[in-house]
Design a protein around this ligand. Structure first.
Ligand code: HAM
Length: 425
């Protein structure tokens, strides 16, 4: 592989021609979050490694196998974030956001890093849109977060997905379930992968999330958490289901969802793609009532989700959905000599200051080449400046789409005069 001219495995360049797709997805997701009162937060791309050990969990695949961790020049261990929740929680504690009015509702766009096997929809560098709510305990908050995710996905036009929900209980009811899992897997211990043998003692629920085939084959007969929920957790889950039913949101209950991160309690959910050839999650999340305290804050309940932007775009493309079109050049002002080139240069500056995409020649090209370029960049209008135009102070503005022409004064407040024409025609 050519190290100089090839991006590292699992990464990709987001090229100018595709930017309208990214902008469409980011706009719809951001606007949806803001309609629910969420405020944007931006956190560092790397954090102290310890943060992810504490939050995501020591026994998860993410921490054990996938993190990009390195020692910086000051001898500290830092990690490129594998997800956005830990950073949002850390930032909320550090900056006192949890002392303000509750619930605190945040959203973010983050670039994440996981050393994963490269396959369809799975990358080593990827982008997430995420939402985190703090201080909301009622099942209605679970339903609201799920609705928010649903509205962002459907707001993009995506229809080929299904919603699956589960409850994974709380520290009160989980030990009983973990014991049942331990008992079940103990009888298959010899066939488990090395990591799972260790997980069997430390965190048996992680066995359900193992991607190794020899471990996965035991999944269908493993005990299901829903059979072990305490009354409180069952009541909470019933409340979430009632609210979703009331909103007529269809979902399936999948007792096998455990999520790949350790911080979850109670409700967990996944929006799964149903397009042919990709059945992964496009968005996933849940409640994490112990996380803030685990990271060093006062006990505060929380919940949220994240959607993979690459996956959203992939599904939109598969469904042949429309993205907002890329912006086109408003006007190209061509010139025939040095003096008019300078005038064109000054006119485009005026237009840019009032928000138009205006272009002129900055490459020393002849008129024919300039007009060819104007055509290539799809300029809506063109204007040619030469000796005559400079002398008369007037030039012809041409609509490149229908050929219509209009004379316009190029002296005085050109931007004000041209603006109304560029918008009107
Ligand atoms: P997650 O399930 O690990 O949860 O990731 C959320 C979403 O990010 C996935 O559903 C998927 O769309 C996308 N994603 C994950 N890994 C990759 C990858 N390697 N390549 C492409 N896309 C990927 C979390 O990250 C939690 N922080 C979500 C959350 C927020 N829970 C509560 N608040």
């Amino acid at each position: 592989m050519d190290l100089l001219t090839q991006a590292p495995k699992g990464t990709s360049d987001k090229l100018p021609a595709d930017m309208n797709k990214w902008h469409t997805v980011e706009r719809v997701c951001g606007e949806t979050a803001e309609a629910y009162g969420c405020k944007e937060i931006r956190t560092p791309v790397f954090e102290h490694t310890e943060l992810f050990h504490r939050s995501v969990g020591d026994t998860t695949d993410v921490v054990q196998k996938e993190m990009y961790t390195f020692t910086d020049n000051g001898g500290r261990s830092v990690t490129l974030r594998p997800e956005g929740t830990a950073g949002a929680v850390r930032a909320s504690i550090e900056n006192g956001l949890l002392n303000g009015p509750m619930p605190l509702k945040l959203y973010y766009f983050v670039r994440c890093y996981r050393y994963e096997k490269n396959q369809k929809g799975r990358f080593r560098e990827f982008n997430q849109f995420g939402v985190e709510y703090f201080g909301a305990r009622s099942p209605l908050s679970d339903a609201e977060v799920i609705m928010l995710a649903h509205n962002a996905i459907t707001g993009l036009g995506i229809s080929q997905f299904k919603l699956e929900i589960n409850s994974i209980g709380c520290p009160k009811c989980r030990p009983k379930y973990q014991q049942a899992l331990k008992d079940y897997y103990k009888s298959h211990e010899d066939e488990l992968c090395g990591t799972c043998k260790e997980r069997l003692e430390r965190n048996p629920m992680r066995l359900l999330d193992c991607k190794v085939e020899s471990c996965r084959k035991f999944l269908p007969d493993a005990p299901v958490i829903l059979d072990y929920l305490c009354d409180e957790c069952r009541e909470h889950f019933d409340g979430v289901k009632t609210a979703l039913d009331d909103m007529k949101l269809s979902y399936e209950i999948n007792g096998r969802i455990v999520r790949g991160l350790d911080y979850y309690t109670n409700t967990v959910f996944e929006f799964i793609s149903t397009i042919p050839g990709f059945s992964g999650a496009i968005c996933a999340g849940g409640r994490y009532d112990g996380l803030v305290e685990q990271v060093g804050g006062n006990p505060t309940c929380g919940l949220g989700f994240a959607a993979g932007l690459e996956r959203l775009i992939m599904i939109m493309e598969a469904q042949k959905l429309e993205f907002a079109p890329a912006k086109e050049c408003d006007i190209y002002i061509a010139s025939t000599d040095e003096k008019s080139a300078l005038k064109a240069f000054s006119l485009v500056q005026q237009l840019r200051l009032v928000g138009f995409w205006a272009e002129c020649d900055i490459s020393g090209r002849g008129l024919r080449a300039q007009m060819k370029y104007a055509d290539k960049i799809g300029a809506s209008f063109s204007m040619v400046l030469g000796e005559t135009e400079l002398e008369s102070g007037k030039a012809v503005l041409k609509n490149m789409k229908d050929g219509e022409k209009l004379e316009v004064s190029i002296d005085g407040d050109f931007a004000a005069k041209a603006s109304s024409l560029l918008i009107k025609i």
